[in-house]
Design a protein around this ligand. Structure first.
Ligand SMILES: CC(C)(COP(=O)(O)OP(=O)(O)OC[C@H]1O[C@@H](n2cnc3c(N)ncnc32)[C@H](O)[C@@H]1OP(=O)(O)O)[C@@H](O)C(=O)NCCC(=O)NCCSC(=O)C[C@H](O)C(=O)O
Ligand SMILES: [Mg+2]
Length: 282
């Protein structure tokens, strides 16, 4: 996808008017409007209408709007997909995607909406590459709660038991140019823990993190944006490489480290992302 940033992707229960309204003023890059786990069974049908009305009313600006439907194996899934096809959203997020066939089934119901996949089952992780390769897939969101449940992991501060799944999905996403959003941090009042987990996700290569509470937005936006030091280094690498090229060389040296064409690709991507963030924040 383009240089559009996806640092923060906030879940909002589709049933909660107040939260749906609050999101219009939050500095998030994406909103995951939820009809699935955040909505109680008795509220599912009303939530569909509440959400459709909120999206029609608009006011979400440049935020990327993704609607998470219930699975097609539930009584609400099919109607959710058909309703989402008519909503003012950019994409439909499908829970518990196990295979490309699951994507096909949703694709037949959502018109030309982009499709995002919740990667949150062991089978989905095993099939991550085939799912990412599906021509309707634009984004992956890791569902670390469901993954932990299905894998029967113990809770761990550093997410070690989940690393294989995170990296398998990330690799698949990167191989096929799919947006990769890390899972949620459940302890929404623990800023320090959130920062550590954001940094881990950023270090691994995720584009951003999914969130459950507005208090998590600022830390996440900062963690997934290029730092001033990264921007400054990128500028110096580009300048040094251009100078080396003028002298007929294919390699420059910056801060004692070699800089080759591949580093320039990263440096230019860093500057493009910083510019895109500056544009949406201005
Ligand atoms: C976690 C919460 C239940 C906490 O709610 P609450 O106690 O109401 O929080 P606050 O009183 O601190 O709220 C302050 C104000 O912020 C608004 N608010 C709260 N949450 C959100 C939100 N997500 N988006 C927008 N606005 C929000 C409140 O309305 C208050 O506003 P105001 O009154 O005007 O000041 C709650 O945060 C919540 O429900 N969060 C979302 C939970 C959710 O979406 N869960 C499902 C997604 S996670 C998941 O499924 C992961 C995945 O599938 C997996 O397997 O891992
Ligand atoms: Mg889940």
């Amino acid at each position: 996808m383009s240089d559009r940033p996806f640092r923060s992707a906030l879940y909002i229960p589709g049933s909660k008017d107040r939260a749906l309204d609050k999101a219009r003023g939050l500095p998030v890059d994406a909103i995951l409007f939820d009809l699935e786990d955040a909505v109680a069974p008795d509220e599912k049908v009303n939530a569909r209408d509440t959400l459709a009305a909120a999206l029609s009313a608009g006011g979400y600006g440049a935020r990327y709007r993704v609607v998470r439907v219930n699975g097609l194996d539930t009584e609400w899934g099919e109607a959710d997909c058909k309703a989402a096809a008519e909503m003012d959203c950019n994409a439909v997020l499908v829970p518990k995607v196990n295979s490309p066939a699951d994507v096909d089934a949703v694709a037949a119901l959502v018109g030309d909406k982009k499709i995002w996949a919740m990667m949150e089952t062991p089978l989905g992780v095993i099939n991550a590459a085939a799912i990412a390769a599906h021509d309707r897939i634009e984004g992956f969101v890791l569902g670390t709660n469901d993954l932990a449940k299905d894998l029967n992991t113990r809770e761990s501060d550093n997410r070690e038991p989940l690393l294989y799944s995170l990296q398998a999905c990330l690799c698949a996403a990167k191989a096929y140019g799919v947006v990769a959003i890390d899972g949620v941090y459940n302890a929404f009042k623990d800023d320090e823990g959130l920062k550590i987990e954001c940094d881990q996700g950023r270090d691994m290569g995720f584009d951003g993190k999914s969130l459950i509470h507005p208090a998590q937005v600022e830390i996440t936006n900062t963690a997934f944006a290029p730092t001033p030091a990264e921007i400054e280094l990128a500028e110096r690498q580009i300048a040094a490489f251009e100078e080396a090229e003028k002298q007929g060389l294919g390699v420059a040296v910056v801060d004692g480290k070699i800089v080759e064409n591949l580093h320039i690709v990263t440096a230019k991507a860093t500057l493009a992302k910083a510019a895109a963030i500056a544009a949406i924040e201005s």
